[in-house]
Design a binder for this molecule. Structure first.
Ligand code: TYM
Length: 338
């Protein structure tokens, strides 16, 4: 098993990232057997696909590193690094650009969502973003990629690219790439905004009230839950009763994900009660889970030197692990490198 996944260092790590992906990263790291490996990275190369401020990107890369370590990613056991220190990501992307098809990229919903009405003004990087993401995982022969639901389409593309490359340039008994399997949590694959139950909780939402950040202190977390949008009805006792109530469903799903139960279990307990009773219980659970992580995060982010050292060490290991696959890809394509 080789586990690989990434997060963009844009803004702060939020509850959606944590429940949808990072908590799974830590669990997979903790369950590794001898000889198995986890690689987790800051997708800083992806972060330049949207307008950005260089000073903010630099700071966010180190902060996100602190956030991951605070969430339980252990740089002694997992390879923790940022893409920009491992040039093989960008190199392999170029090699894969020859295999990826325009039609495949045209179907990617993220490009449509993020470019919006201004498609002509979108960066080329935003368009070719999924090919870099394929390079990220294929470079390391990833077998498992823990992600939230929104990354499923990108992972399917990575599989298509790997398969076509293997078919076109390799013999059947010596494929260059492994087809990666997405690992998506059943209960928290898609955490929604606290202000709109139909929109994903996202780092780029202009309203900070829409998400719970790891960087928020306990009072802020509790305030955001108290102010979260809901409806006037009490909670139903059965899941079917949440149909057409996206905000209520979201809060119940978050509660279930945090305590490791199901929305049905939560409703069996809170059915018939209003949000006046449910929200304080939820705030307590959020603070109980994220509070200790937030405190570790505050400590870790103060030590910039230690964070730089973690990333440098991780990048050196990642360069080593990726090298044989990069070389095999160049060779398979007939590129002469002396
Ligand atoms: P990013 O930075 O948007 O998010 C990091 C991880 O958090 C998950 N996630 C969510 N899960 C549940 N509910 C939400 N509201 C929510 N918001 C985010 C994401 O699914 C993701 O797992 N393109 C990727 C980064 C990336 C990557 C990769 C991931 C680059 N290369 C290779 C896996 C493998 C991204 O922008 O994630």
């Amino acid at each position: 098993m080789r586990v690989v996944s990434g997060i963009q260092p844009t803004g702060s790590l939020h509850l959606g990232n944590y429940l949808g992906a990072i908590r799974n990263w830590a669990a997979m790291q903790d369950g590794l057997a001898d000889g198995e490996q986890c690689l987790f990275f800051l997708a800083d190369l992806h972060a330049i696909s949207m307008p950005h401020d260089p000073a903010q990107l630099r700071a966010a890369t180190l902060e996100m590193t602190a956030a991951l370590v605070a969430c339980g990613i252990d740089p002694a056991r997992s390879v923790l690094f940022n893409q920009a220190q491992v040039p093989a990501h960008a190199e392999l992307q170029w090699l894969l650009n020859g295999t990826a098809r325009m039609g495949w990229l045209n179907r990617m919903t993220q490009f449509k969502d993020k470019s919006g009405k201004n498609r002509e003004g979108a960066s080329v990087a935003l368009y070719t973003y999924p090919v870099l993401q394929a390079a990220d995982v294929l470079l390391y022969q990833a077998t498992h990629v823990p992600v939230g639901d929104d990354q499923k389409q990108h992972l399917e593309l990575a599989r298509d690219i790997a398969q076509k490359f293997n078919n076109d340039f390799c013999t059947e008994d010596a494929p260059v790439f492994t087809l990666p399997e997405p690992i998506i949590p059943p209960e928290a694959a898609r955490i929604m905004s606290l202000r709109d139950g139909t929109a994903k909780m996202s780092k780029s939402d202009p309203s900070d009230m829409s998400r719970i950040n790891l960087a928020d202190d306990p009072d802020e977390m509790a305030k955001k839950i108290k102010k979260a949008k809901t409806d006037p009805e009490p909670l139903p006792s059965e899941l079917a009763g949440l149909e057409g109530r996206p905000e209520a469903l979201n809060l119940v799903s978050i509660y279930a994900a945090l305590e490791g139960s199901t929305p049905g279990d939560v409703l069996a307990r809170f059915g018939g009660q209003g949000f006046g009773a449910f929200k304080p219980a939820m705030a307590e659970l959020v603070v109980e889970t994220l509070g200790p992580i937030q405190r570790r995060f505050v400590e870790l982010k103060a030590d910039r030197e230690a964070l730089d050292a973690i990333l440098a060490r991780g990048a050196a290991r990642a360069r080593e692990i990726g090298l044989p696959t990069l070389k095999a890809a160049y060779d398979a394509l007939g590129l002469v490198r002396g």
